[in-house]
Design a protein around this ligand. Structure first.
Ligand code: IDP
Ligand code: MG
Length: 148
């Protein structure tokens, strides 16, 4: 089953959105396979965002991500990478539809509350980086009530 890496950024934690965000993924029917609150250092944040190292906002982005604790998660389910990105909404909250997490809870692109992997391959890399111990191995007894 497909997995994605979801991170509630420091602004989401500070603003008390952890429960709300977890609830949205949970109620959709996805399964939580990893969860931890941690503060990462600069080198770790730079590694997570290494694809964006040439962008003008890179340093600000790294400072933002290390500014406080984040909630790192692994979520599992059919098409969870693509659907997770839809639940999150567009990168710029000004363009995120109402009903999405960024559309409902964010205003500025540099304080957009949440990260979600953009492809199955990047999800695999990000889960490996954030959960070197591996994700949890359990299956929900609700499975037959969610999948046909
Ligand atoms: P994504 O988070 O929707 O996948 P990316 O393009 O991968 O968007 O960018 C990673 C993060 O970098 C964004 O979520 C946002 O926090 C930040 N970011 C992207 N573009 C800008 C920008 O133009 N100014 C400031 N921050 C940005
Ligand atoms: Mg991205």
């Amino acid at each position: 089953m497909e997995q994605t890496f979801i991170m509630i950024k420091p602004d989401g934690v500070q603003r008390g959105l952890v429960g709300e965000i977890i609830g949205r993924f949970e109620k959709k029917g996805f399964s939580l396979k990893g969860l931890k609150l941690l503060t990462v250092d600069k080198a770790f944040a730079e590694k997570h965002y290494s694809d964006l190292s040439s962008k003008p906002f890179f340093n600000g982005l790294v400072e933002y991500i290390i500014s406080g604790p984040v909630v790192a998660m692994v979520w599992e389910g059919k098409n969870v990478v693509t659907t997770g990105r839809k639940i999150i909404g567009a990168t710029n909250p000004a363009e995120s539809a109402p009903g999405t997490i960024r559309g409902d809870f964010a205003i500025d692109i540099g304080r957009n509350v949440i990260h979600g992997s953009d492809a199955v391959e990047s999800a695999r890399k990000e889960i490996g980086l954030w959960f070197p111990e591996g994700a949890a191995n359990w299956s929900s007894s609700l499975h037959p009530w969610i999948y046909e």
